[in-house]
Design a protein around this ligand. Sequence first.
Ligand code: AHM
Ligand code: MG
Length: 341
Amino acid sequence: MARSQSPTSVITIERFIMEQERLHPEATGELSNLLYDLCLAAKIISRQVRRAGLTDILGEFGAINVQGEVQQKLDVFANETVRHSVEHTGRVCVVASEEDEHPIPVQVRADRRGGKYVLLYDPLDGSTNIGVNVSIGTIFSIHRRSATKKGPGSLADCLQKGRAQVAAGYILYGSSTMLVYTTGQGVHGFTLDPTIGEFLLSHPDIRSPDVGTYYSVNESHWNRWAPGIQRVVGAFKNGDGGKVEAKNARYIGSLVADIHRNLMSGGVFLYPADTMSPHGKLRLLYEAAPLAFVVEQAGGAATDGKRDILDIKPTELHQRTPLIIGSRRDVAYASAVLGEK
Ligand code: AHM
Ligand code: MG
């Protein structure tokens, strides 16, 4: 729930991150600074998203706007904004994005070792929703470099299990802009106050209800699903004896928004494999794994139907995975049904 507090005793995200860092005397501050870098990117993207409708009025993307600036598609803009916010800082050794085919190693000066961290991100997920003014989001995942020791990082540094993440989160450009993140010590949500340009702590220690109110899935794919998934979704819709109560349906088709609603209100989101997408649609490294880390830290769970999402060892940067994520008991129910012979 949103905290009610004196308007003069606000907690900015900078203060919160600093206080969390003090709990770790060994911390060098680099991760905190990387999180601040992402906050800045979030504010810049949020500003641009908020003007999306106006941008359409003022000119097509790719055209010159009234300020004489070349306008970019928002997903390209978001991709570059995140990369530019981190690549000069010496904190990351490689960045990888849904928008780029290959990871981008961060070049370092000869007298420096190169950054400690790896950043994977989806700059603007659900971007097909921009044109109809529906919520969209940015998702990020941070690992320590592991395969290389110094210099620019590599693809191998990116291919780590979700369990190895040191931080993950998302920015939701919804009715308000929110940043929700975890460093493995709970999940905390901050709302951007646009009048002062600060993310303020609004949702400390978010806990996901054990049983969800909602199920969220693109049910138009029903005929393409395996019988096991049909049974699971059928149970979420109609109930299954004493095992699952019937739920209400909510599906925005914008992953961050669907996950955020379910995290706050309790629910289970499914994007299963189907005959047209045999490995599912969503990407493991910068969609499923960071959201799984957040949801698990809030008391929920995430599976591909057989394995915990956080235990999957990736073999490719843009690897896809089926995803069932949300309230702990609902995900456990799905895993039990899908695990039955
Ligand atoms: P994108 O990464 O190309 O934006 O696609 C991901 C989006 C998610 O936000 C959403 O959960 C899903 O695709 C919706 O897919 P569908 O339209 O098949 O239901
Ligand atoms: Mg995406």
